[in-house]
Design a protein around this ligand. Structure first.
Ligand code: FES
Ligand code: FES
Length: 147
């Protein structure tokens, strides 16, 4: 089926099977490598994208369900995004594999005023796993981005 999706502020036309997951469309058809498939079942957060500003796991969202919604991947954030700058400043990564998802989840937490304490940030990151164990730095980065 043909889909006309709105991704990072531009319209993209793709021709995919109706049960194709959004992460596969973004990676294979649109060429965006920020969203990554790891668990494939909605548990780890590496495939996180924003749908109308809200974080979703794109590995369990069929692409047609994103029609008419604004899809934002990490590539769609402005270069001077303060959350990205704080991750950079705090060296809040090792391999970086989880970071696009972490940044988008953090972006939402900061936007919604849900990063007011370390406890709240830890809770907000519950769906994003970092296999390198960079949580302390990630939390410090989000804490600064929220101030
Ligand atoms: S790959 Fe989507 S939540 Fe793990
Ligand atoms: S920085 Fe390696 S998985 Fe998080």
């Amino acid at each position: 089926m043909n889909l006309n999706l709105r991704v990072n502020g531009r319209l993209v036309d793709v021709d995919v099977e109706p049960d194709t997951m959004l992460v596969d469309v973004l990676r294979d058809e649109v060429g965006l490598t920020g969203p990554r498939t790891t668990c494939g079942v909605g548990l780890c957060g590496t495939c996180t994208v924003l749908l109308d500003g809200e974080p979703v796991s794109s590995c369990i969202l069929m692409a047609p369900l994103a029609l008419g919604r604004e899809i934002t991947t990490v590539e769609g954030l402005p270069e001077d995004d303060p959350v990205v700058a704080c991750f950079d400043k705090h060296h809040a990564f090792q391999c970086g594999f989880c970071i696009p998802g972490m940044v988008l989840t953090a972006r939402d937490m900061v936007d919604q005023g849900r990063a007011t304490s370390r406890e709240e940030i830890r809770e907000g990151l519950g769906g994003n796993l970092c296999r390198c164990g960079c949580y302390v730095k990630i939390i410090e980065a989000i804490e600064e981005a929220a101030t």
